[in-house]
Design a protein around this ligand. Structure first.
Ligand SMILES: NC(=O)c1ccc[n+]([C@@H]2O[C@H](COP(=O)([O-])OP(=O)(O)OC[C@H]3O[C@@H](n4cnc5c(N)ncnc54)[C@H](O)[C@@H]3O)[C@@H](O)[C@H]2O)c1
Length: 479
């Protein structure tokens, strides 16, 4: 993740919305937010026009530069909205380069003028001609200072996570591969039959892996470790669903003690969830995902056009995660066309992972419904229910407990039942409870549930009496 451990600094022309976007990005990543202009006003007890009028532009630029650099020097990663002219100072640009992931919030001059002339009394927006000249003068400097150019909150978060969501990206994949070393492709054999990634002259080898969970084995890792001929400057590119990106990411994490990798998820599960957050791994006979590593991909390229060939069953798997994400984010992401849906889900997961890169706190909210889902999957020996059905059922249990204990509006549960229609699981209720109890034992005797007070307001950890949890689980199982 590009911005893990670094400040996210928003730059751009007046009227671009740096303050509004910055505050929302900070809220989602749970970082402090500082608007440099507002801080200067607060500090000196005068508005920006008053500071300009009373002390002059040179004084203002000095004060702005000093404060910006002081903020960038702070250790705790912040989200900062810089003043429109701040990056004109070389020392500020140098500080950005060493301490921040810098994002240009783009706006065209017509729109900027419309917003600024309507709403504010900015000292440098007195007349339209001067305003446009200033825009022309600053734009090249903004572009030079920016690590990414975006237009909205999702854009900032995706850039901060190194994620590109773009229709048709597979045909230009070589443009996105980081570094300049050799590239080896690890692809799901079925996906490679359907889609051909354009990797250009840097591609030196292609390795296929079986489709589905069969890819996540030690035997496949060993074959890939032996076949790979990359040196440490090379990049592994993984093309496929969550199983392919999990195994290829793990191989990249361990080969030569870690080489760079790029994830190209081809399923809805992959694009909205599995490819994001840096968790890689394989299965053991004792259970899924028991061996792995945190090894974030250098880049993630999600091409929603790949989803056109996805079987309906596989799409439904992904929709369960989309609905979960929408509930956590308080956005009806499931109603959006694929491009916006993938952007919104990937941006939200990135924000949660930026807040908690190694899963020590906030990231637990992504498990909404999953405690119950895992118990059902374990009871069914991972043959049935499918993961998507298990999550759909698990969400029902989590939401019905939320209605009863946290005052969640019952209409939310009713809507989820319509959105994710699913039959009760044909598993043994006793076994499912045993699986949940084993999980509980492993966590110090407590089931720590993620519930929902309202859409956008997850509650974690929630502890409830065993009888309540057991009854909610039993309600998911066919009699
Ligand atoms: N690392 C993480 O954070 C994380 C998060 C969630 C899930 N996961 C893992 O992800 C895996 C599930 O991923 P998945 O649901 O993508 O399954 P998958 O990788 O098994 O893919 C499902 C099926 O779809 C096929 N397929 C893939 N892309 C296709 C396309 N574009 N067109 C047609 N067919 C296509 C595959 O060949 C496969 O048969 C699990 O192993 C799970 O543990 C990991």
């Amino acid at each position: 993740m590009e911005a893990a451990g670094r400040h996210i600094a928003l730059i751009g022309f007046m009227g671009a919305g740096k303050t509004t976007v910055g505050a929302e990005v900070a809220r989602l990543c749970q970082r402090p937010f500082v608007d440099v202009d507002a801080q200067l006003e607060h500090h000196h007890g005068l508005t920006i026009p008053e500071l300009f009028a009373e002390r002059g532009e040179v004084w203002f630029r000095n004060a702005e530069s000093e404060l910006t650099r002081e903020l960038l020097d702070r250790r705790e990663p912040h989200v900062l909205a810089l003043g429109g002219g701040a990056v004109m100072r070389p020392e500020t640009r140098a500080a950005l380069l060493s301490h921040a992931f810098t994002v240009l919030l783009e706006i065209d001059p017509d729109e900027a003028w419309l917003r600024v002339s309507r709403t504010s009394h900015r000292p440098l927006a007195a007349d339209e001609e001067g305003f446009r000249a200033l825009y022309g003068e600053r734009l090249p400097v903004y572009l030079e200072a920016a690590d990414a150019v975006v237009r909205d909150v999702d854009g900032v978060l995706l850039a901060a996570g190194g994620i590109v969501v773009e229709r048709g990206a597979l045909a230009r994949l070589d443009e996105h591969v980081p570094g300049d070393g050799a590239v080896e492709l690890v692809a799901d054999e079925r996906v490679l039959d359907l889609h051909r990634p354009a990797l250009g002259a840097r591609l030196t080898a292609t390795h296929t892996v079986p489709s589905g969970e069969a890819a996540k084995t030690l035997a496949i890792c060993e074959r890939l470790w032996v076949e790979l001929a990359l040196d440490r400057s090379g990049t592994v590119v993984a093309l496929g669903g969550g199983t392919t990106t999990d195994v290829a990411g793990f191989v990249a994490a361990t080969f030569l003690r870690g080489v760079a990798w790029m994830s190209v998820p081809s399923t809805l599960v992959g694009q909205v969830d599995a490819a994001i957050g840096g968790k890689t791994g394989i299965d053991l006979v004792q259970g899924k995902n028991l061996v792995g590593a945190f090894h974030p991909p250098a880049r993630i390229v999600a091409d929603p056009d790949l989803l056109a060939t996805l079987p309906a069953r596989q799409r439904a798997e992904g929709m369960a995660e989309v609905v979960k994400t929408g509930l956590l984010a308080n956005r009806e992401l499931w109603r959006l066309p694929d491009l916006q849906l993938v952007r919104g889900c990937a941006a939200f997961k990135t924000a949660v992972c930026l807040a908690d890169p190694t899963e020590r706190g906030r990231r637990a909210i992504l498990n909404l419904g999953h405690t119950f889902a895992h118990a059902l999957e374990t009871a069914g020996g991972y043959r049935e229910p499918s993961h998507g059905d298990a999550v759909a059922l698990g969400l029902r249990a989590a939401l019905s407990l939320s209605v009863r204990h946290l005052g969640l509006d019952p209409a939310v549960l009713a809507e989820i039942e319509v959105l994710l229609p699913v039959e009760p699981a044909r598993v043994d209720a006793g076994r499912a409870w045993e699986a949940l109890a084993r999980d509980k034992k492993a966590r110090g005797g407590r089931v720590r549930l993620v519930l929902l007070e309202a859409p956008g307001k997850p509650a974690f950890p929630v502890e409830l009496p065993d009888e309540e949890i057991r009854a909610a689980l039993a309600a998911l199982v066919a009699a």
